[in-house]
Design a protein around this ligand. Sequence first.
Ligand code: ZN
Length: 504
Amino acid sequence: MDIKEFYDYYREIAQYQNVAALVEWDMRTKMPPKAAADRSMVAGKLGRTAFEMMTSPRMGAFVEFFNRPSIASQLNETDHRNVALVTKQYRKVSAIPADRFEAFIVACSRGEHVWQEAKGKSDFGMFLPCLEEIIGFEKEFVEYEGYEQNRYDALLDDYEPSMTTAELQSIIDGLKQELVPFIRQLQEHGTRPDTSFLAGTFPVSEQAQLSRDVLTAMTYDFGAGRIDETEHPFTTSLGVGDVRVTTHYYEHDLMSALFSTMHEGGHGLYEQGISEEYHWMPLHRAASMGVHESQSRTWENLVGRSEAFWRFYYPRLQGRFAQFRDVPVEDFYKAINVVEPSLVRIEADEVTYNLHIMLRFEIEEALIGGRVQAADLPRFWNAKMKEYLGVEPPDDAHGVLQDVHWAGGMFGYFPSYMLGNLYAAQFFAAAREAIPNLDEELAAGHLSVLREWQRSNIHACGALYDPKDLLVKVTGKPLDYHPFMDQVRAKYGRIYGIVERERD
Ligand code: ZN
């Protein structure tokens, strides 16, 4: 058996996945509504074909052969990693009996449907039987897949390879202890910035040009991508040379689309930056969901909400929208950085966002561990919201029913968002060390300086390293929440006019 045969077979799978992604992009952006039923079947068929090939006896034979010690020892680093990635995926999916997996998919698609209706009516009881069924599957599957200490480890590993519950818990414990009092301090002793001048009417056509302009400034390659509008913004990679982003325009909220565009643009730069050497290989993907999210958060928050960026970009915004002509850039910068504990995760700001994730992680872990029952969730959820954010949902639609993830069977996904914030701060601190005049570069509009650093340190590697190895390689240290806390303390302490007491 030749490694070339393995790559040929994998390329076929990747091509099916590719066209499935293209069909999905079309369904979400351009497809006329009457095509929905047939197109779903086509998408399902393509996805199933890729899945069947991934778990086929032929793939099993490759996995067995290239993992033989005498063969594995002869592979180079790239081949070795490609085989390891496929082996892990093969063993995970083929551990689950096919009929149980299919039943799970059916339960999830019913779950999403029922969730939608239950959320509309704010009726948790309506969603409860579906949720119980899905949790049952999750518990069953982690037993097939296996785990070392905590059942939740197996779920976490799907999105953040080799991250464990214990590691995550210890990060969360430390972060929570510093973040919760800091937010309280901002609320009680800080001066909330004036945001009144952000209100207005902003024509969608102008906003669309702004989004294109900001992506161009970020060095997003329009020769290998495009931007469209969808209800929920997303990024999809259709392979080398085709990475597409979407955004959503609100006529009365200029900043929403702009930040969505920068967020998705950050995902897009990652995908556009993966080394072409890995074309059609398992390696041609991000290191993890968390690392992916770190790149989007970097562009959305650490660049898009920074003073340096707006020193460069504000005149361009003022040129487009007359209402900002008399607003000083300092006031604008403060206004786009308001911190407000809120009920809904997707509306949360840079500082309070992680608390929304901690709560979800703790609930998921307790559910999978069997220490909390699904029926208790609304009570559990509301108590934690009160404890961490000081707000209580008026109903379940704004509480436990707000996210689609559980209905879609995506237990273990939420921590990626928080890890993204923490990785972003840690990577950005390393970028600052490597580029001492980074702020001046950003303020001069030289955004490519940051993009080049990201590309050579993070993007180009694809999935060559597990996230924790990548982090150590790039920053010299394992995951640490302090760079995040340092960054928000410095930034928001200044915006809110809080002089921090000396820390011991
Ligand atoms: Zn994202």
